[in-house]
Design a binder for this molecule. Structure first.
Ligand code: FES
Ligand code: FES
Length: 207
């Protein structure tokens, strides 16, 4: 075979097939995953493809985090990963290895509600309540970085959290009410991480 203007013969490269080990030998089916959930260490098996949402709901039995669209559009599955609001339906569980995850269960409970949860109740900011856990976690992240967010800032921070019941005006009021409460209590930056240590314990470490 001759190429271009030269008379130099070009030899085709010969490809040799090299057998590779089965994928199951390279990646264990259920690799061990270690992370912190609501202030408690968790060690459990998780498949490489398992989402953080599935891991929290199915493995940790923390069903407060909701599955809405399951494709990153509704915000119902929002949790905090190292303090950052994260769509757990799009995050791989193993991608959070060694990190700290906070769910709505770690924010507070009936006995010790977080200021946000109290404000949502006071403002009647939940109708069906399906979007509420995600709204609360996104709001918690906002209050952690902004003690006195404007209405515009609240709307921007929660813009990825849809509410099919249309309670957005009440949600915005509730977040600003919680912010005021936290400022008056002098705990504006304590959005829930500290509170998580006293909130209801999540699923303990599994072995
Ligand atoms: S369930 Fe994750 S964004 Fe809708
Ligand atoms: S309260 Fe029903 S979806 Fe928001």
């Amino acid at each position: 075979m001759r190429v271009g203007l030269t008379d130099t013969p070009v030899r085709r490269r010969r490809w040799t097939r090299r057998p590779h080990p089965p994928i199951s030998r390279l990646v264990p089916a259920h690799p061990r995953l270690q992370l912190t959930v609501n202030g408690r260490p968790v060690a459990a098996d998780a498949t490489g493809q398992q989402s953080l949402l599935d891991f929290l709901r199915d493995t940790c039995d923390l069903t407060g985090t909701k599955r809405g669209c399951d494709r990153g559009e509704c915000g119902a599955c929002t949790v905090l990963v190292d303090g950052a609001p994260t769509l757990s339906c799009l995050a791989l569980a193993h991608g959070c290895a060694g990190q700290s995850v906070q769910t709505v269960e770690g924010l507070g409970d009936v006995q010790a509600p977080h200021a946000l949860q109290e404000a949502f109740a006071a403002e009647d900011a939940a109708q069906c309540g399906f979007c509420t856990p995600g709204q609360l976690m996104a709001a918690a992240a906002l209050l952690a970085r902004e003690a006195d967010p404007s209405e515009t800032a609240v709307r921007a921070a929660l813009s990825g959290n849809l509410c099919r019941c249309g309670t957005h005006p009440k949600i915005v009021r509730a977040v600003r009410r919680a912010a005021q409460h936290l400022r008056e209590a002098g705990t504006a930056s304590d959005h829930g991480t500290t509170r998580a240590t006293t909130a209801r314990a999540p699923e303990a470490s599994r072995s």
